[in-house]
Design a protein around this ligand. Structure first.
Ligand SMILES: NC(=O)C1=CN([C@@H]2O[C@H](COP(=O)(O)OP(=O)(O)OC[C@H]3O[C@@H](n4cnc5c(N)ncnc54)[C@H](OP(=O)(O)O)[C@@H]3O)[C@@H](O)[C@H]2O)C=CC1
Ligand SMILES: CC(=O)N[C@@H](CCC(=O)OP(=O)(O)O)C(=O)O
Length: 399
């Protein structure tokens, strides 16, 4: 096979992908080719199907008429094992997916129904893409036989009183909170595999914890004076109309919001404190950007005495060496949101600050994919015993 205008000269691919026999004998996973016979024993991203090799898993998408619901539908169009059989909406119940999302018009799917009218009889697993606050009661009412990935914030905080403080309402399903597993995939695979209910992380916490957790675990950065400045595309706020998200309110400008009180603060602090084994606090300010999707976090940290910037880079590179979706860029290269757009990839790099002993970490994701529906699919793949990257290897959309 030859591609016009494309040359492999100078590329070290480890093996020749131009050889059509390669696909029959080798498998591309975790950034490398492996002999197919090795698949069952490979680390991290590769896990041989356990019990459902040829059987379709029937999926319900709750909140299919929202942005994250539509991303689940888009991603599952390329999934060989998961089949959507139930889709719900609220105001848009009764409508077809093509009428609500014309980009999905070719999908042969049932019309959306109200949750009270959904039949979960043949469903194996649920993506719950509903606003936080409404989610707890709905999940509580679902059959216990279902595997659930909840994209809302309702089951992310282990401490119920913290939920009540930051979300301004009582938690109505504390018994379910106890069984929920926090689904930052790369850092909790074993727990996720065995979970019935996974709390999918928020988009900001995903972009922030992926670089920080390995560095704190390895005692390379200090757990104090962590300053985080994040930027999000407007789709992060969902599709329901709000004045603050009108074109006229967000175009041609940027602004900070949730200053000192954004509800992702306790989620970030929970994850960092767990690995530090002591309370970590952060200064976090999110900003709204005039773009539809994408998220960038710039994180200012202090290195532990004697640690050099190369140590941070080398450690992250090694830590994520077999993880398909976290790419630690070459030294000096800047992560751009446009290079992960539409994909499940997170690009990360570290830079020396001009102030000695400090470092600047930059990470980018697509808030709707690695920050929501992509990570949710990564998690459900693990829960159902499929390779983690099934349906997720589409490359970023560029330009
Ligand atoms: N957008 C993002 O980047 C991210 C979002 N999340 C979280 O994922 C969840 C979904 O977000 P997103 O898709 O952006 O939100 P949207 O506002 O785009 O969609 C919300 C969905 O929930 C339905 N819905 C709203 N209220 C109710 C209700 N009372 N009962 C039943 N269904 C209801 C809506 O139906 P209808 O359209 O018919 O009204 C719609 O299908 C949220 O909890 C969000 O915080 C997490 C990470 C990132
Ligand atoms: C731009 C924007 O408004 N973003 C949302 C975060 C999206 C997200 O991850 O929210 P959940 O915690 O609900 O899952 C916000 O700041 O509230």
């Amino acid at each position: 096979m030859a591609i016009a205008g494309f040359s492999t000269a100078g590329l070290n691919l480890g093996c020749s992908w131009m050889d059509t026999n390669v696909a029959k004998t080798k498998i591309w996973h975790g950034k490398k080719y492996y002999p197919k016979a090795m698949v069952a024993s490979l680390p991290h991203t590769v896990h041989a199907p356990k019990d459902k090799t040829n059987k379709d898993v029937q999926i319900a998408v709750l909140g299919a008429s929202g942005y994250t619901g539509s991303e689940i539908i888009r991603l599952l169009a390329n999934h060989p094992n998961f089949r959507i059989t139930v889709m719900t909406a609220d105001r848009k119940a009764g409508q077809s997916i093509g009428s609500v999302f014309p980009h999905l018009i070719t999908q042969d799917l049932p019309d959306m129904v109200a949750i009270k009218d959904a039949n979960f009889g043949d469903v194996d697993a649920v993506f719950c893409c509903l606003p936080h606050g409404t989610t707890q009661d709905i999940i509580k009412s679902l059959p216990r036989s279902l595997r659930i990935v909840d994209l809302s914030a309702d089951f992310r905080l282990r401490d119920i009183s913290e939920y009540e403080e930051w979300y301004g309402q009582p938690h109505r399903a504390p018994e379910l909170q106890k069984e929920a597993v926090y689904g930052l995939t790369e850092l909790a695979r074993e727990d996720i595999r065995n979970a019935r209910l996974v709390a999918n992380p928020g988009c900001y916490p995903t972009s922030i914890q992926l670089p920080l957790i390995p560095l704190i675990k390895a005692n390379l950065i200090a757990c104090s004076n962590i300053f985080i400045d994040s930027k999000s595309g407007v789709s992060g706020a969902g599709r329901s109309p709000k004045e603050a998200n009108l074109y006229t309110e967000v175009a041609e400008g940027i602004h900070a919001y949730g200053i000192t009180k954004h509800r992702h603060v306790p989620e970030i602090e929970q994850g960092l404190s767990d690995v530090a084994h002591s309370k970590v606090t952060v200064s976090f300010t999110p900003h709204l950007m005039p773009m539809s999707r994408g998220m960038l976090s710039t994180i200012y940290v202090e290195m532990v005495q004697g640690v050099k910037i190369e140590d941070l880079h080398d450690h992250l590179k090694k830590y994520y060496e077999s993880d398909e979706f976290v790419c630690v860029l070459k030294k000096g290269d800047t992560p751009h949101t446009r290079f992960v757009r539409g994909s499940n990839y997170c690009h990360v790099n570290v830079f020396p600050d001009r102030n000695p002993g400090r470092a600047i970490i930059i990470s980018v994701i697509d808030n709707l994919v690695k920050g929501a529906s992509g990570q949710a699919l990564q998690n459900l793949n693990l829960m159902m015993g499929y390779p983690e990257d099934t349906g997720l290897l589409a490359q970023p959309l560029f330009p």
